[in-house]
Design a binder for this molecule. Sequence first.
Ligand code: ADP
Ligand code: MG
Length: 694
Amino acid sequence: MNQISLQTPVRYLKGVGPEKSKILSRLELETVEDLFYFFPRRYENRFPVKTISELTLEDKECVMGTVVSRGIIRTSRGQSIFKVALSDGKNTLFGVWFNQPYLAKLFLPESKVIFYGKAEKAGKHLQMAHPEYEILKDGDFRESAHVGRIAPIYPLTEELSQKSLRSLLFQAVNRLGWLAKDPFPFSFRKKTGFVDRVFAFRQIHFPSTEEDLKKAYERLVFDEFFVMQLIVHLKKLKFQKENRGILHLKGEEEVRRFIETLDFSLTAGQEAAIRDILNDMKKPMAMKRLVQGDVGSGKTVVAAASLLFTARNGFQGALMVPTEVLAQQHYFKLTQLLEPFDIHCGYLGQGASGESRREILSRLENGDVSVVVGTHALIQQGVKFKKLGLVIIDEQHKFGVFQRSTLKEKSGDAAHFLLMTATPIPRTLAMTLYGDLDISTIRELPKGRQPVKTFWVGENKRREIYRLLDEAVAKGGQGYVICPRIEERGEFSAKSVLAAYTELNSVLSHRKIGILHGRMKSDEKKEVMREFKDRKLELLVATVVIEVGIDVPNATIMIVENAERFGLAQLHQLRGRVGRGREESVCVLFSDTVNPESADRLHAFEESDSGFEIAEKDLELRGAGDIVGEKQHGLPALRIGDFVKDTQLLELARREARQIAENDPLLEKKENLPLRREIEKRFNLSQDRLAVIA
Ligand code: ADP
Ligand code: MG
């Protein structure tokens, strides 16, 4: 047989074979390494090992003794009872099993045995029914895998018992643990205080003490985060090396003038973001920056200033957004802001038909249009730029990774790259997902904004709330009513836009009410949004199509129907549509939910108006995978670490990884070779491909 390694298939291990390896593969256990990384779901404290007289009979306990006699009793109904008598020298305890006569072959007289179970009185005797047991090889209970210790409990599959899987793991980590050699030099361990990795693997499966278990956990979580972070940093360095940026040498005074023409002064966060961006673009290295700022923090002017900057340097800028409605809005806003500076803006949406599409395409190609706003249409075939200098993606959390990279391809490597998001993600996730991006954060909202008063009510308050809605409009404001779906479906389904629209038209028949949802044609949607903006409509009944970016500062009230159907981040986005002007705004959540989790969410939402706080809460309530969502891959599945609990380890891993990456970007130094092998192995990469992903 070949030399054993971490990649050796499990079927070659003692006691496995083809049959069992098939069962194991259902748990994705193919190799020795897979076994090591198959971490216990939980542990059971199966110690101390007591003598028989020490047993309390109250709980499951461990007891050790020697087999003195055994026998099978057949009952009249054809059942069998296997009984074994265990002595610890002073007292006797019986183990009892029904219908497992084969046990007689295991419990040989004189063998040392540990039982784990709940002892009870049976007449004059003590007995344990169906205890977990282990027959000790050399009579040494420290060598036991199942009882008399902190025992690991693994996830199982059909035809695989806890005991047989545990035995396999015990064998693997004890005999082959040395294969998981530590990729870090000893000096590193000494510096950080982490335990050795071989030790960590043994202890995570079969801990000697709680203390050792904790150390093992920390070490393995660190490793997991470290590899992730190392890749992130190597990637970033590679990006910086290869993407010679387009030098932006002039136009700063013009950006300043632009800022002065605004009818408000920028917040410190906006100022800082613009400064960061201009500094990046002045460098001969492509910018890769994320601006995260809460809903309504004013990211659009930051985009406008950056687009102006690139235009002044003779380049084109593209702003890509996730929805048609938002693209329209941005197009109007940018036109209004930038035309006075002689900058031609264009619009490219899905809806754009033959003629206008052809026109904008040719103006992009000949450079007549300096700033283009669009949806996915921007990344479709046939879109060519003359000299693309800056790509901005707004509400980037709405895009998948794929689309981002396509636009980047189109832009050629040199274009500067700016992402904007209003869904601040928790720091830990940001470090992981966007570790290769520089981040500017706009923390504050523009002055004069008042927090949106938020409250959760039940159906019984509906009449009052409608009155509130009516009053808000009477005072000169406008309102949104958000529903989870377009049409009614089934008896218990959530409130629909159509139903709410009909209802409002009868209750508030004197109000001008519009409707907006994703199934409307692009032109219809634009028309409705325009009417709402011009206050020709006072109330807008809509689905979450309005969730992102819509800016109508005059809107002061929002009602969310079946609020329990929305996630925290989504509610926050929705609420961001009001509270954009000077008037006090309210957000009312309708929900009669009795589900405790939903109630938790709605309460949390009532209490916080900070997107950052809400993001942290969301992470706590839902876990990382859900937050980032299916669409946004790139978040590695964690095998052991936890984005919520292990923040400190993540930060440490990040620091260490950065240091190593910066000192040795190709991991060529001798002391880093084991790390390099680790990355290559874990990501199935050949030597030369490391350079590609990195
Ligand atoms: P978001 O960050 O959600 O994209 P927007 O860019 O849509 O926010 O801005 C929200 C509103 O705030 C807009 O009406 C915008 O004109 C206004 N605004 C932006 N910056 C400021 C500021 N510094 N002071 C006052 N109002 C501002
Ligand atoms: Mg926006």
